[in-house]
Design a protein around this ligand. Structure first.
Ligand code: TRP
Ligand code: ZN
Length: 475
């Protein structure tokens, strides 16, 4: 079953790639920000949402309530035609605002149907509406664009965003890649509802988040209409395209399941996907009600990607997952998708929790106990990479998917469980999922909730396990 020392499919080979990162990148970003800085305080929104690890991700000055994305992808030429309609609300007076969009050619931008001027710079699409927007004003931005989308390279060297495959595209945007295929307020602070209308050559399937409202084939093309009504961070959106076998059913609990599986992965995926309803039911018992109406899996054949992503309602896998990866991505629906980050620095709230779910699954299904998983990791010497940095303070975007975040993050939860006992521990997990459902949570809020629920003072434990560099000593 789960062995914390193996490299699961979802984890990139971050350690090997780390050397390749150019030290000049943060410097260049800092310079850009310095230029954007003073103006950001005025009426121009701001080029970033204030994330220390990804300073240009997201934007200031507005909230997007809904994205309407109309896409047409030619799997032969890899050309994407897009129209994005963002329904938004200004949170301050705006004479101009930014969207995140990388690559692609923008042909027109309108704000409330009036043509707006725009310019491109790096990942920023800077829009100047004809008339300034008042604080609190609702507005609608329409962006027409096209081109050949290319993935972004993350600080740790892995690719995310729109990643072409031999029969379509693997689309996964954590942490930055949403902007490779649609203009967005690309930070998990901003969550929105989505409609996707995606046209692909007949014989290909386009799979997005939420519920499939319909599909129609005419003139050699098929259009798929997907809708996710529950608030979703841009990085969790997908529009994965391929030749897929499709399976649909509704669970006993009323969740609409849609699985799309590449034929080359079907044999390996079948026995694992069969467990999805029982995994969701088991997690619902532990974490509280499943937060969404739809579920499923997209099992692509995307060699070279090297990870899976917990795309909302319907995780996307680069190949047939094993059971613990299914458990992991499913747990993210509670921890990461429903309860979202306000800062990438808090990533252990996603990955530590999803990893701990794997340990719990193993413990309750005849495999190793969580204690055993903990002990095996704890036996690693002080110089091991596991202790290289603390989970709640990984230091930079380069480290957010490293072993200290996943494994030591899970160890921190195990220590919490040991300190408060099972009853309070699971009460804490359920309270966390329900109090922040559909919204956001921070590490500091989690700590307070754990203390309030258990009536114990836990600052020492959190300080040691979440914030202190190096291998913690035995208490
Ligand atoms: N969040 C994913 C998981 O653990 C991992 C992931 C998403 C990832 N995007 C990535 C890992 C990019 C490395 C690179 O399920
Ligand atoms: Zn994860």
């Amino acid at each position: 079953m789960t062995s914390p020392s193996r490299q699961p499919a979802r984890r990139r080979t971050a350690v090997l790639r780390r050397e390749a990162v150019l030290a000049t990148v943060p410097v260049a970003v800092a310079a850009l920000l310095a230029a954007a800085g003073p103006a950001a305080a005025g009426t121009t929104g701001g080029a970033g949402a204030g994330d220390p690890y990804f300073p240009l991700a997201g934007n200031g000055g507005y909230h997007v309530g809904h994205y309407g994305l109309t896409l047409r992808y030619d799997t032969g030429t890899r050309h994407l035609d897009g129209k994005a309609v963002l329904t938004a609300r200004a949170t301050q007076k705006l004479t101009r605002f930014d969207l995140d969009l990388k690559g692609l050619k923008v042909t027109s931008v309108t704000v409330d149907r009036t043509p707006a001027t725009f310019k491109r710079g790096g990942q920023e699409l800077v829009v100047t509406p004809r008339h300034a927007l008042r604080a609190g004003q609702d507005f609608r931005v329409t962006v027409a664009y096209h081109g050949t989308p290319k993935p972004v390279t993350d600080p740790d060297g892995s690719a995310d965003g729109w990643i072409p495959t031999d029969d379509g595209a693997f689309v996964a945007g954590e942490p930055q890649g949403a902007m490779t295929w649609f203009p967005a307020n690309n930070h998990p602070k901003d969550k929105s509802a989505y409609d996707f209308t995606i046209t692909v050559p007949k014989g290909r399937t386009a799979v997005a988040n939420g519920v499939l409202l319909g599909q129609r084939t005419t003139g050699g093309r098929t259009t798929f209409h997907w809708r996710e009504t529950q608030p979703m961070a841009a990085y969790l959106a997908t529009a994965t395209v391929g030749k897929f076998k499709v399976e649909r059913y509704t669970t006993a609990g009323g969740i609409q399941v849609y699985n799309a599986v590449d034929a080359r992965e079907a044999t390996a995926a079948a026995p694992v996907l069969k467990k999805l309803p029982s995994v969701l039911a088991w997690e619902s018992k532990l974490f509280g009600p499943y937060p969404f109406r739809a579920a499923g899996a997209i099992v692509d054949h995307a060699p070279g990607v090297g990870y899976a992503l917990e795309t909302q309602t319907r995780p996307v896998y680069d190949s047939a997952p094993d059971t613990s990866t299914l458990v992991h991505e499913s747990a993210h629906q509670w921890f990461g998708d429903s309860v979202s980050l306000t800062s990438w620095k808090d990533i252990w709230l996603n990955e530590g929790f999803a990893t701990y779910a794997e340990w719990l699954y193993s413990e309750q299904h005849g495999g190793d106990s969580a204690q055993k998983s903990f002990d095996r990791l704890y036996a690693r010497p002080a110089g091991d990479g596991l202790w290289a940095y603390p989970p709640a303070d990984p230091g930079s975007g380069e480290n957010i998917f490293g072993t200290p975040v996943y494994a030591r993050g899970a160890m921190a939860l195990h220590e919490l469980r040991e300190a408060v006992g099972d009853k309070d521990f699971f009460r804490i997990l359920r309270a966390w999922a329900s109090a922040h459902r559909g919204g956001h949570g921070t590490t500091a809020q989690f700590e307070r909730l754990a203390e309030r629920t258990s009536g114990k003072q836990l600052d020492g434990l959190f300080h040691t396990w979440l914030y202190t560099q190096g291998k913690p000593g035995r208490a």
